[in-house]
Design a protein around this ligand. Structure first.
Ligand code: C2E
Ligand code: CA
Ligand code: CA
Ligand code: CA
Length: 269
């Protein structure tokens, strides 16, 4: 991880052209890094997988989080080389770690802009790194499938045929059509953290989460709760039968080295 220092000028008020030039420079000069956030089995407490989250290391200052630069990357097309770098690097690291440790599942975010080329880039990353496709899960959002459901279903079927897993991210926000669940070959459903945050406070959020879990299980899908921050949320999710949890209660996103240490440690998180 980069050293902490002066904050990088990528917040509000910075023009996208600046961000674009800085992103090009970052690609050329190796200024991206990956953080891994553990996903933990709610029943056993064991590490089950990790979501990879992109970080940009500017020449000075602290690492920059994706919401500050992914929109510019998407608007300029830079999301393609950046996304391919994420996939290749994360698959390569995971393949090396899996060789010596407890195997785990790697979850990678796929931007809607990358969706049409997904099969091509995933196949290239798997070939290049040798990662077992069953160890890779692609997180897609409803935005990727909303525009053209039949076409999206085709892309996902072809990805499925490669042997990779598919997760529907931020479920419950956006359009959330039940059509998606009926028509898309998805293995995992990620409940958005707004529901997890609300479920202690309101009976309605609790009932929604409970029924999303029941619905997903009825369709043979696994459920990951995002943004789990308190023991109260964890206990409630566990009682509701949720499979996996991800959030600050268990761990912040970690540098690769730290995740590898967790993989060699046998005891539960
Ligand atoms: P996401 O896919 O919903 O990822 C989860 C975000 O929630 C991450 O923010 C993570 O650090 C944060 N988070 C995890 N646990 C907690 C918690 O307990 N409480 C709270 N408040 N937040 C938590 P991050 O790393 O800033 O990423 C933001 C978004 O950027 C991601 O949302 C994802 O949509 C996008 N993103 C991240 N990496 C990539 C990437 O490699 N490619 C693309 N296309 N998008 C990415
Ligand atoms: Ca995600
Ligand atoms: Ca999410
Ligand atoms: Ca999100």
């Amino acid at each position: 991880m980069a050293k902490r220092g002066t904050p990088v000028p990528t917040g509000a008020g910075v023009c996208p052209e600046n961000v674009e030039a800085l992103l090009r420079d970052a690609l050329q000069n190796d200024r991206f890094t990956l953080a891994y956030q553990p996903q933990v089995d709610l029943q056993t407490g064991q590490l089950d997988g990790a979501e990879v989250l992109l970080r940009w290391l500017p020449p000075t200052g602290a690492p920059v989080l994706p919401p500050a630069f992914i929109p510019t990357a998407e608007a300029t097309g830079l999301i393609h080389p950046i996304g391919e770098w994420v996939l290749r690097t994360a698959c390569g690291q995971t393949h090396r770690w899996n060789a010596n440790n407890r195997p785990f599942r790697l979850a990678v975010n796929l931007s809607p802009r990358q969706f049409s080329r997904a099969e091509e880039i995933v196949l290239a990353a798997l070939r290049e790194t040798g990662l077992d496709p069953g160890r890779l899960e692609l997180e897609i959002t409803e935005q990727s499938v909303a525009e053209d459901l039949p076409a999206a279903a085709g892309v996902l079927r072809r990805l499925n045929a490669l042997g990779v897993r598919l997760a529907l991210d931020d479920f419950g926000t956006g359009y959330s059509s039940l059509q998606y669940l009926a028509r898309l070959p998805v293995h995992t459903l990620k409940i958005d953290r707004s529901f997890v945050a609300g479920m202690i406070r309101t009976a309605k959020a609790r009932i929604i989460v409970e029924n999303i879990i029941r619905l997903a299980h009825g369709l043979s899908m696994r459920v990951v709760a995002e943004g789990v921050e308190t023991p109260g949320q964890r206990d409630l999710l566990r009682r509701q039968g949720c499979d996996l949890a991800q959030g600050f209660l268990y761990s912040r996103p970690l540098a690769g080295k730290k995740l590898r240490m967790l993989l060699t440690r046998p005891e539960p998180c």
